[in-house]
Every structure is written in structure tokens, then in C-alpha cells.
Design a protein around this ligand. Structure first.
Ligand code: NAD
Length: 494
């Protein structure tokens, strides 16, 4: 069986005391196992990152920039290879996998602008003969802990900026689909990144605990579920580390009565069921305002019947399997429980049969959902769309704002004034206007509000430069050159 190694100090290390199973979700077979790091293994990787820090910090911005340009070229050349790895371990369809890599590469493109981003500020003559300038310096060794659902993109969200700023990195990817992290680390090595600057350690809580405890680790970037994000934030910040911990979501898509019905229905389908709903920006609640609800539910139901579900390697598939059998069963539990809670199950995809041992499920639509039902309150993270019917715009805003999460939201309308008011009032970090999944481009930053983010800086883009650097302010005074014992020809200052 293929064994997925750590990548420490430029070397693959596959021996371990514990291993975790890695499945192909489309076949249900365990094809690989991943080495799970012990505390000692994590310490070894931290030491490699610590030792590599002075050299990388001193590497010129020009040399660092060239590495990012080369990484971009290599990743584009090998995109199909990486996409195949993503599909084989995560299950998403190949076009989604390629899309994920493209979006991740935006962060490498952003990193090529590092000499602009790391510029400090200068104030001349703040007092007689005194100037002040600021510089941005790396924080040191950074731990990046990532979830299963974007095994290439989320690591790239973090490592691009962390490395650009002169830090060294320990990447701890999800143990469910860990190969892409090693693939990415090898690409960076091939592009010229020195050994020890980017290390990959696989593992579970045991490995993460060491990253949180070790005083050499100065900053932690985390993306995952809300309970783990909250605990990572508390534990790492207690130890004086910088932390940004992005959590789960329950993204609402509000559809006003004047919306373009076909546009809204198409958007709901792709945003709720794309990547089997395993996206932190997936739409999971459709808020139908006023009299549009019946037509909208009918239009979505009609489109659901045409969705092709199958292995991600089949170009005809529009949706692949879920990540594990346990997760598929958990998702099914929400749909079967929804009717008992008083909701109307319009389409129960969990009953769909597949001629495969893979972790497939069909797509589900649940109407007349209300807060207080589990199908509304919990993050399901599967292809289940709940419809909440409300009377007015204000009801839709109130419902969305009262939800625990605040990652992404969207409004569908033809009314610019209503959209503007929505943007003004809504409590979420990312807002789409007739755009169902408003993931910001790499030149902005990504982050939610409320229980979707613990910390104060968002991920990637300009916020990441602040997160991965410390600012230093230098106040300078030089002796008056006219008083020099060597006559330099300066006029006497009176
Ligand atoms: P998860 O929280 O189970 O795991 C995330 C990471 O934490 C993994 O590397 C995992 O190994 C580690 N981990 C798990 N349990 C741990 C523990 N007890 N102690 C320490 N570390 C632990 O999340 P997941 O299931 O891999 O990913 C799905 C979740 O991530 C969803 O909730 C989704 O909304 C969220 N997510 C959020 C965003 C965002 O940007 N807000 C993006 C992607 C995914």
C-alpha cells in the first residue's frame, strides 16, 4: 500500500509508529496510508524550520520573488497531475480540482508582489534632524493547519504569504487527503526554496498539540470546523502566539421577489451542491422572500433532477462522493430527521442508490425550515439545501444576522438600493450581490465574522502581510555633518 510521507528539511520521511487510512471516496477503497507524526517527529520539523529561518530571512526579496514565479510555472505545468491527486483523495470532480488549484495560485501570484507589499514607511524631519521609518519583519516559524475540503487551495492561501514575508513554515494538512501538501512542498523545492523553509508534517491532535505548545512556533494559521478553530485560537493565544482560526459556516442566500428566477435557481444549484456541499462558502440556506418561494423551489427541484453524480474522474460527473462513509451517514441523518422536526423534504437524495462502494449520496432539498431545527442550526457540510420562507427583506436580514455563523452571504435582486442596504446591514465577512459564492480574489483577503473566524486578521491578501510580519519603527538622528572634523564642504548650520 502506498505510504504518504512527511516532508521535513527537504526529505521525505515515511516511518512512523502510527498511520492513518486514506480512502479513494469514489471507490470506498483504502488505497494509501499516511504517516501520523509523533511529538518527536513534529519537534524535528520545528527544529528544521527554526534552523532554516536566518538564511531565508536574509534571502533577498528578488530571489524570493523568482521562486514564486517558478512555483507558478511549475504548478501550471503539473496542474492535471495535482488535480488527479485531489480527486483521488477528496472525491471532487476534476474540473473542481483544477479550479481549486487556479484559485490557490492567485495567492502565489500575490506573493510575487512581495517587494511592494513589504515596503515600510518613512517620515523625514519629525523633529530637528530626526527621521522615522518602519520596516516589516517576519514573525518566525509559522504553523499552518488545514482542512480536508480544499487540500491544495487552503495550504496555498497560507504558505504563499507566510514564505513571502520571510517566515519558515510547518504545514499540517488534513490527514484525510494529505498527498497534495507533499506535492506542493516538492514543487517549491524544485523552484529553489531552500531545505527546511517549508516542511509538511501529517498528523492529528497529537501533532497539533505540539505545534500549539512549542515556543518556537510564533504564529498559527488554522482553517477547519468551528469547535476546533475556537480551541486552537484559545490555546495558541494563551501561549502568546499570533492566531487566525477560520471556522465553519452556514451561508445564507437571500432571494428577493424581483430576482431573476433562472439566475437564482442556477446559482443555488451550483453553490449548494458543487463539490458535494463540502465548501465553507457553499450555500446551505436559501432565504426566499415573499411570493418567490414556490416558483424558486420548483425551479431548483427541476434542475436537481438533471445533476450527474459519479466519480470525479468521469468528465460527465458534476458532483462526486463525500469524503468518508461516516460523513455520508451523518448527512443522511439530517435529512431523515428534518421531517420529524416539521420541515418538508422536497427531494431526499440520501435514498438515491449508486452502483458503487464509494461514499456517494444524492442531493437533497428541504423546505419550510426554521431556526431551532437541527437541519438549520448545524453545519451539515453536504449536498443539502434548506429553504426558509420569510415575508420581508427585514425578516431576511434579521434571520441571517441572528445565525451563529457569518462567513459568506448573497443577495439576489434587480434592485440596487436593496442590495446596497443589504451590504450595509448584513453581519458577514463576505457578501455577494447576484454572486452566490463571493470568495474574494487574491488581492483582497478572505474571512468571516462571528463563529466563522477567531482572531482579527483575515486570510491571504493584504491582511496576511500584517499577520505574517511584525512592524518595527526606527527613529534616526545623525550628527550634524557640518560639525565633522573632516571638512566635507557642508555649510555651517546656524
Ligand atoms: P476539522 O476541524 O475536523 O480539521 C481541520 C484540521 O484540524 C485538520 O488538519 C485536522 O487534522 C485538525 N484537527 C482535527 N481535530 C483536531 C483536534 N481535536 N485538535 C487539533 N487539531 C485537530 O475540519 P475538516 O473536517 O477537515 O474541514 C471541514 C470544516 O472546515 C468545515 O467546518 C468547514 O466549514 C471548515 N472550513 C472553513 C473554511 C473557512 O474559510 N472558514 C474553509 C474551509 C473549510
Amino acid at each position: 500500500m502506498e505510504r504518504i510521507p512527511h516532508y521535513i528539511n527537504g526529505r521525505k520521511v515515511a516511518d512512523a509508529e502510527r498511520f492513518g487510512p486514506v480512502f479513494n471516496p469514489a471507490t470506498g477503497q483504502q488505497d494509501k496510508e499516511v504517516a501520523l507524526a509523533s511529538g518527536a517527529r513534529v519537534e524535528e520539523a520545528i527544529e528544521a524550520a527554526r534552523a532554516a529561518l536566518p538564511g531565508w530571512r536574509a534571502t533577498s526579496l528578488a530571489k524570493r520573488t523568482n521562486i514564486f514565479f517558478r512555483v507558478r510555472e511549475l504548478m501550471n505545468e503539473r496542474k492535471a497531475e495535482l488535480a488527479a491527486i485531489l480527486t483521488s483523495e477528496h472525491g471532487k470532480v476534476l474540473s473542481d480540482a483544477e479550479g481549486e488549484i487556479t484559485r490557490g495560485l492567485e495567492n502565489i501570484e500575490f506573493a510575487t508582489g512581495l517587494s511592494h507589499m513589504l515596503k515600510g514607511e518613512y517620515s523625514e524631519q519629525v523633529s530637528g534632524g530626526i527621521d522615522v521609518h518602519s520596516v516589516r519583519q517576519p514573525v518566525g516559524v509559522v504553523a499552518c493547519i488545514t482542512p480536508f475540503n480544499f487540500p491544495a487551495m487552503v495550504p496555498l492561501w497560507m504558505i504563499g504569504s507566510a514564505l513571502a514575508c520571510g517566515n519558515t513554515v510547518l504545514l499540517k494538512p488534513s490527514e484525510k487527503d494529505p498527498s497534495s501538501a507533499v506535492f506542493i512542498a516538492e514543487i517549491f523545492s524544485e523552484a529553489g526554496l531552500p531545505d527546511g523553509v517549508l516542511n509538511v508534517v501529517h498528523g492529528d491532535k497529537e501533532a497539533v498539540d505540539v505545534l500549539l505548545e512549542d515556543p518556537q512556533v510564533k504564529a498559527v494559521s488554522f482553517v477547519g470546523s468551528t469547535p476546533i478553530a475556537k480551541s486552537i485560537y484559545q490555546r495558541a493565544s494563551e501561549r502568546g502566539k499570533r492566531v487566525q482560526a477560520l471556522g465553519g459556516a452556514k451561508n445564507h442566500m437571500v432571494v428577493l421577489p424581483d430576482a431573476d428566477l433562472a439566475m437564482a435557481a442556477d446559482a443555488a444549484i451550483s453553490a449548494a451542491y458543487g463539490s458535494a456541499g463540502e465548501r465553507c462558502m457553499a450555500v446551505s440556506v436559501l432565504v426566499a422572500v415573499g411570493n418567490i418561494a414556490d416558483d424558486l423551489v420548483a425551479a431548483i427541484k427541476e434542475r436537481m433532477a438533471t445533476l450527474k453524480i459519479g466519480p470525479g474522474t468521469d468528465p460527465a460527473s458534476q458532483m462526486g462522493p463525500l469524503i468518508t462513509a461516516e460523513h455520508r451517514d451523518r448527512v443522511a441523518g439530517y435529512v431523515s430527521g428534518a421531517a420529524d422536526e416539521g420541515a418538508t423534504v422536497v427531494v431526499d437524495g440520501t435514498q438515491q442508490k449508486f452502483d458503487s462502494d464509494g461514499f456517494f449520496t444524492g442531493v437533497s432539498l428541504v423546505d419550510h425550515v426554521k431556526p431551532g431545527m437541527k437541519v438549520y442550526d448545524d453545519e451539515i457540510f453536504g449536498p443539502v439545501l434548506s429553504v426558509v420562507r420569510v415575508e420581508t427583506f427585514n425578516d431576511a436580514v434579521q434571520l441571517t444576522n441572528e445565525n451563529e455563523f457569518g462567513n459568506g452571504v448573497a443577495i439576489f435582486t434587480r434592485d440596487g438600493g436593496a442590495a446596497r442596504q443589504f451590504e450595509f446591514e448584513i453581519e458577514a465577512g463576505m457578501v455577494g450581490v447576484n454572486v452566490p459564492i463571493p470568495v474574494p480574489v487574491g488581492s483582497f483577503s478572505f474571512g468571516g465574522w462571528k463563529s466563522s473566524l477567531f482572531g482579527d486578521t483575515h486570510m491571504y491578501g493584504p491582511d496576511s502581510i500584517r499577520f505574517y510580519t511584525r512592524s518595527k519603527v526606527v527613529t534616526t538622528r545623525w550628527p550634524d555633518p557640518s560639525t565633522s572634523e573632516i571638512d566635507l564642504g557642508f555649510p555651517q548650520v546656524v
